[in-house]
Design a protein around this ligand. Structure first.
Ligand SMILES: Cc1cc2nc3c(=O)[nH]c(=O)nc-3n(C[C@H](O)[C@H](O)[C@H](O)COP(=O)(O)O)c2cc1C
Length: 407
């Protein structure tokens, strides 16, 4: 038997049927912020494709704080019926379906947030700085309100029939901003020491636990590090995992980077890319404290690398994102013996100036286009040109096409 096809038990007794984990990809497959039936179509295809776990693209907790214009938002039960249809399709075929819950903090593009919120009033830097406004610092009451919003979204997700939720604490969004000593310079109990910087994450976890049943899965996606000098480090990340495991988290997924240093999309250095899994070194460091299922996402492509990683014991599940936009039945292909590896394209326009500014946005939209095709019952189109995506972005969004897309 293929070692990727072995079941895995969570501490609440739930069994994940195999070791393949579809990481979150913001879908942007319909206009607006409702989980239209296209979501059920897309997740039905993925559930039938054989993954053990499917994580949804990030679902936001506030209509006024979006990472992308067409993010799904949950503030209340107004879309419960649509969420039920999504959950039913995504849990078919004994699939564990986790809703990723997020708040973008300052990583909310200029045209969506004139004044975004963040732990501190520290602007984003680097190449992406021009796409985002300088944030204002959250008040204590606003922090407490946000914790309630995360808990409410988890409660609604359970009511709709999702197997669990995943707290998005990675990639430079609000929770990750709280964790970072660069982005969080508060001098109250929400900033300063690591214990204080992780307080928001821990309180979000506790509030979600209190708002849901004991067998509802609560997972987290955390950065191994931010890959920035003076930022959230591997040592701190290990301590956060240790704390969350003690608190009772069910599963930990590791990624890395943020908009300023996007390690999650490109990996860190050439040698790491060759080895496929970007964050494997960190997995070795965190393994001893992570006694719950550990997932590493980023770079896995070949079945050999996936099988070896699971066999090594440093992780329990392999996380993949982009490959699922091209091969929704990738797990079935592995188990059927018809999959070896896949190259995931990095579509670019071929004009240096444009690519520098917009290359990663075109790439993200290219993968979103593939998800849209699947949600319409069509086959993905790996030959879709980057220029085709670029013009579609212009037509669909006008000026907003130049906003930074998420990861
Ligand atoms: C189109 C697209 C959307 C993404 N949206 C999210 C998201 O909503 N939440 C998240 O945690 N990661 C998101 N990611 C990052 C992936 O989950 C994953 O960490 C990254 O793509 C690396 O994995 P891969 O090499 O297997 O693609 C997104 C990636 C892509 C390509």
């Amino acid at each position: 038997m293929n070692n990727l096809n072995q079941p895995l038990s969570l501490k609440n007794g739930k069994v994940i049927k195999n070791r393949i984990f579809k990481g979150a990809m913001s879908e942007q497959i319909t206009k607006g912020n409702r989980p239209d039936l296209a979501y059920a179509e897309l997740y039905g295809a993925w559930a039938n494709g054989g993954a053990g776990v499917l994580v949804t693209g990030n679902v936001m907790v506030d209509y006024t704080a979006l990472g992308s214009a067409d993010d799904v938002v949950i503030e209340d039960e107004r879309d419960l019926d649509l969420l039920k249809a999504w959950a039913k399709a995504g849990t078919a075929n004994d699939t564990v379906l986790l809703m990723q819950i997020n708040h973008p903090g300052k990583q909310s593009p200029k045209d969506l947030s004139p004044v975004p919120v963040a732990p501190s009033s520290v602007a984003l830097g680097g190449a992406v700085a021009g796409f985002f406004n300088k944030p204002r610092a959250l008040s204590e009451n606003e922090i407490l309100d946000l914790i309630k919003r995360f808990a409410k979204a988890a409660h609604v997700a359970e009511k709709a029939g999702f197997s669990g939720v995943q707290i998005h604490a990675a990639h430079g969004y609000l929770i990750s901003q709280f964790l970072s000593p660069i982005h969080n310079v508060r001098d109250d109990k929400w900033g300063g020491s690591l214990e204080n910087r992780m307080r928001f994450l821990v309180e979000v976890y506790r509030a979600m636990r209190a708002a849901t049943s004991s067998d509802f899965i609560i997972a987290v996606k955390l950065n191994s590090a931010d890959f920035q000098k003076g930022g959230f480090s591997e040592e701190e990340s290990v301590q956060v995992v240790e704390c969350l495991v003690k608190e009772g988290i069910d599963l930990v997924e590791i990624s890395g980077g943020n908009y300023e240093a996007p390690a999650m999309l490109d990996g860190v250095k050439e040698s790491t890319k060759k080895r496929e899994a970007y964050f494997l070194d960190y997995a070795q460091k965190v393994r001893s404290v992570c006694t719950v299922p550990l997932v590493i996402t980023g770079g896995f492509r070949s079945q050999t690398a996936m099988s070896e990683a699971v066999a090594s014991g440093v992780l329990d599940m392999v996380g993949l994102a982009k490959p699922f936009a091209l091969l929704p039945d990738l797990p079935n292909r592995i188990f059927g013996g018809t999959y070896q590896t896949l190259t995931t394209p990095q579509p670019r326009l071929g004009v240096a100036k444009l690519d520098k500014m917009l290359g990663s946005m075109v790439e993200m939209n290219w993968y979103m286009h593939q998800m849209k095709l699947i949600s319409q019952g069509k086959q993905p189109n790996p030959n879709k040109s980057a220029w085709g995506i670029f013009f579609a972005m212009l037509v669909a969004q006008g000026k907003g096409a130049f906003r930074r897309e998420r990861a």
